[in-house]
Design a protein around this ligand. Sequence first.
Ligand SMILES: NC(=O)c1ccc[n+]([C@@H]2O[C@H](COP(=O)([O-])OP(=O)(O)OC[C@H]3O[C@@H](n4cnc5c(N)ncnc54)[C@H](OP(=O)(O)O)[C@@H]3O)[C@@H](O)[C@H]2O)c1
Length: 181
Amino acid sequence: MQPPRPKVILLMALTVDGRSGLNADHFPDWTGAADKRMFKSLSQKAGVVIMGSRTFDTIGKPLPGRLNVVMSRNPDRVSQHPDLRFTDQTAAEVLQMIGAAGYSEAILAGGATINDLFITADLVDELVITYAPLTFGQGLGLYNTMKTLRLSLLAYRALDPHTLMVHYCVEREGVAEDRSL
Ligand SMILES: NC(=O)c1ccc[n+]([C@@H]2O[C@H](COP(=O)([O-])OP(=O)(O)OC[C@H]3O[C@@H](n4cnc5c(N)ncnc54)[C@H](OP(=O)(O)O)[C@@H]3O)[C@@H](O)[C@H]2O)c1
């Protein structure tokens, strides 16, 4: 029997005007310490974080204490690090691999290009968005395709006096599940 598909939580920081970065090389140093603490806590709880190769390159090394699954189509990208796996699998195959490894949830951590792969395949279950107190006026979004996600609000709270976390469930068949972080 196939293991159940892990729950996918898209975890991103956005500016108030909905930008996830200025460009592909933009180091995410604007999201704030409270966002970074929450990212660490939720991704360590899940045990696995999925990201695109450009996002990985802005970080420069695997995030410790979690399996880092980095999506890349570059066959030269390989790693001997036990917590770092480059893959050109599809989104569904990545989740199958993660489920088979025993994980029940996975953090999808961007960027917009890789989020797109999971969103178009209808494989995102929840969104945890941090709204950082700034605007860019231009830049990358949350994902790149024209696709409407209908969301239910699960929770929200201030991470610090300036930073808001909002937790949504992606609605399927009009029924929102009751989940909290
Ligand atoms: N605000 C936030 O919370 C947050 C979070 C994450 C990232 N970011 C920002 O987002 C930016 C990077 O995002 P991005 O959208 O440019 O890049 P990305 O999604 O991180 O990575 C894109 C790369 O993934 C690989 N790829 C594309 N399609 C693929 C497929 N079908 N299968 C396997 N690999 C595939 C390609 O690299 P190869 O050439 O290796 O194939 C592509 O260049 C940076 O500015 C970063 O700081 C912000």
